[in-house]
Design a protein. Structure first.
Length: 223
């Protein structure tokens, strides 16, 4: 079978008109979801490590519940059901941002919890001996070390998150994959467009993975 592939229709004007806008949204969604996921994930992790059942139980239910549901289903549920509850549409892009932050918080929570638990208890006890409160101990002693230990894992999860941004295609948000699709339809080259999208995703994610591996080696040397 002869596919007659032709990538000559791709040029800078085409990229700037179709793909770059989608790439901007994909990167923005990745950054916002990462920062929001780490922030709320840290809160969830501290709740689970608090030793108080009224904090641990709801956090555990949320984290385990989110991690048990495919992301695309969460995206669709939020996009379709929330407008029915509030009585007005919220838009695909806004829906994607909220969904990704809420979903990634569950995954970052487990990373944060493992990182916090990796810190030797002796350092926690030393902080307590100095008269630090629980919050001061976490802020000044535990979390700075935990973040350094977790940095490679956090960045790896961010790369996975970037790949997952292509799922917003399901609700019509204009991400990078959508940009390639629109370009392929407009120029009658959908196969070439999807192949080009796969190459771009691969190159970006492979380069980021290589940087994370280098960073992991440097952190290991510091240790």
């Amino acid at each position: 079978m002869n596919l007659n592939l032709d990538f000559s229709f791709y040029n800078w004007d085409l990229l700037s008109n179709f793909v770059l806008n989608g790439l901007y949204f994909s990167l923005m969604l990745t950054i916002v979801a990462t920062l929001g996921g780490i922030f709320f994930g840290t809160i969830l992790a501290l709740m689970r490590l608090s030793g108080k059942k009224w904090l641990d139980t709801p956090a555990a239910i949320y984290v385990n519940g989110m991690r048990s549901i495919p992301l695309v289903m969460v995206i669709l549920w939020f996009f379709l059901l929330v407008p029915l509850l509030i009585g007005r549409p919220i838009g695909a892009e806004v829906s994607a941002v909220i969904t990704f932050v809420a979903f990634e918080a569950a995954y970052f929570s487990e990373i944060m919890r493992a990182g916090i638990q990796s810190i030797a208890r002796g350092q926690v006890h030393a902080g307590q001996a100095l008269g630090m409160t629980y919050g001061q101990n976490m802020k000044l002693v535990v979390l700075p070390q935990a973040f350094r230990n977790m940095l490679p894992v956090l960045l790896t999860q961010t790369i996975i998150l970037f790949q997952d941004t292509s799922l917003v295609y399901a609700i019509g948000a204009y991400d990078m994959l959508k940009g390639f699709e629109v370009a392929g339809k407009n120029f009658g080259r959908p196969i070439e467009a999807y192949l080009a999208a796969a190459v771009v995703y691969f190159v970006m994610c492979y380069a980021l993975s290589w940087l994370v591996k280098r960073l992991h080696k440097k952190i290991a040397i510091i240790r």
